[in-house]
Design a protein around this ligand. Sequence first.
Ligand SMILES: C/C(=C\Cc1cc(O)c2ccccc2c1O)CCC[C@H](C)CCC[C@H](C)CCCC(C)C
Ligand SMILES: C[S@@+](CC[C@H](N)C(=O)[O-])C[C@H]1O[C@@H](n2cnc3c(N)ncnc32)[C@H](O)[C@@H]1O
Length: 253
Amino acid sequence: MPDRHRFSFSIGQRLPPMSPTPLSSDIQDIFNRIAPVYDDLNQWLSLGQHRIWKMMAVKWANPKPGDQGLDICCGSGDLARLLAQKVSPGKVTGVDFSSEQLAVAEQRSKTQYPHLSLDWVEGDALELPFATNQFDCITMGYGLRNVTDIPRCLGEIYRVLKPSARVAILDFHQPQQAWIQQFQNWYLQSVVVPVAQRYGLTDEYAYITPSLERFPPGSEQERLAKEAGLTEVTHYPIAGGLMGVLVARKPTV
Ligand SMILES: C/C(=C\Cc1cc(O)c2ccccc2c1O)CCC[C@H](C)CCC[C@H](C)CCCC(C)C
Ligand SMILES: C[S@@+](CC[C@H](N)C(=O)[O-])C[C@H]1O[C@@H](n2cnc3c(N)ncnc32)[C@H](O)[C@@H]1O
């Protein structure tokens, strides 16, 4: 168990309460508000590493040219674009419930990569507006930790995947090694939040730490994915355990 969850309590003493899961509308508001600076802050705050982590997730989704791909919780479209490069001339659909994030995605795809086949759909990851067995590959970057019902989201992923198709879900991870976990805590609270403060987004970026504390560890994510009917489930810690990618396949009938 990472340090922050390793408490010594006498029997009967209560564990400190975890912060409650925010309302879906609160999460929507956060991402609408940070949309104008989201990409730049990700680039600066991860020293460009986030692109490498996203490319690893794309590779694990096993995209092939001509595939129909889906990027769930696509936000500004950064991961969707990487997936589209791999399925080209196939198409990638990005779905998100933040209109402001989708507006950035639309603008960027038109100006920076008009040659890629990308569609942007406003919708809920908990009730995907797509047909059963529709997609050849699915990615999800930093979305699973932000949805309010992880099992329901995994069930929707199972439903819209084609049989034998794969999903790769990238997100933060709670490092096993104490010193890496302490570094992650320090970086989020002493670097990320102060930088966000300069843009008037202190609370929005301060949300990351409690969202990570609520997020199930890799082993639990694997259990939930199997419970949703997915097979060949593996959670891969990456970046020294700072991040992780949950990879799974929809079984053939
Ligand atoms: C792309 C990244 C984060 C996306 C992201 C996810 C969220 O849930 C948010 C919630 C609220 C506000 C913003 C976000 C958000 O941007 C990962 C890279 C960006 C991170 C903000 C930076 C954190 C990086 C690691 C903890 C430490 C990196 C060390 C560095 C390589 C030296
Ligand atoms: C941290 S951003 C990730 C964006 C992008 N995938 C990336 O890798 O940068 C999380 C995104 O998930 C979206 N989101 C959270 N819950 C959602 C839900 N239930 N349905 C659709 N989108 C959701 C937010 O609007 C936000 O754009």
